[in-house]
Design a protein around this ligand. Sequence first.
Ligand code: PGA
Length: 255
Amino acid sequence: MIPPLVVGNWKMHGTQSQCRDLARRVARGLKRKGRQIDVALAPPNTALEIVKKVIEGSQIRLAAQDAHWEDQGAFTGEVSAMMLKDSGCEFVILGHSERRHILNESDLVVAKKVQAALRNGLRAILCVGETLAERQAGRTQSVVTRQLRIALKGLGKSAIDNVEFAYEPVWAIGTGLNATSEQIARVHGRIRQFLKASFGNRKGNAARILYGGSVKPENAAEILRTPGVNGLLVGGASLRAETFLAIVNCSALPG
Ligand code: PGA
């Protein structure tokens, strides 16, 4: 059985010393023995190096929050997947709704970023999810399917081995609102169905589909019990070691 993956997305939070302290507290607090779980931390780029040092030798993996689609070039302010790989990242979050909606990233841009991540040996954490208006218009499944179809277009069958998926309803991110188990199960089911149809049953069934959006210690266990949920992408609650650890520890499978 594939272990669940729990990712802490720190977004634009933390000086180097704050990130170092948080990573230290998470690393110390992880209950290791007999638990099956993958954990990744996504600090801001300025703290990648410092967090990398803290988590060295632990089970925690390093993730970045975004990457540019070119490996290098005249793109002021951008950081490439090649550079993130070189900085010790194993994962990169792509297509996060804050990038899609605040920074106007299109499906095509997200697709180019997925290709760049895979080309550079990073595991992509591909985020998809509908806005409130799209849900209310009954378009949730079609929006998520379109986001997946464009992001994965042209990838070879084995590419999916290096992609994690995250369903994050935009209206549930940072708002305290949660999707119900039924809503989550429906969308995760749709994503799984799409992956099986595109990449074959075996690969589709093996893919990890995380849920994200106001995950906290109080709701993590229930979300993880929802059919088709293989992990969590945690924003706000990952900024405190106690809350993130509580989520991680209730996510681990018994060994
Ligand atoms: P949140 O963020 O847990 O603060 O809602 C989740 C995310 O944006 O990945």
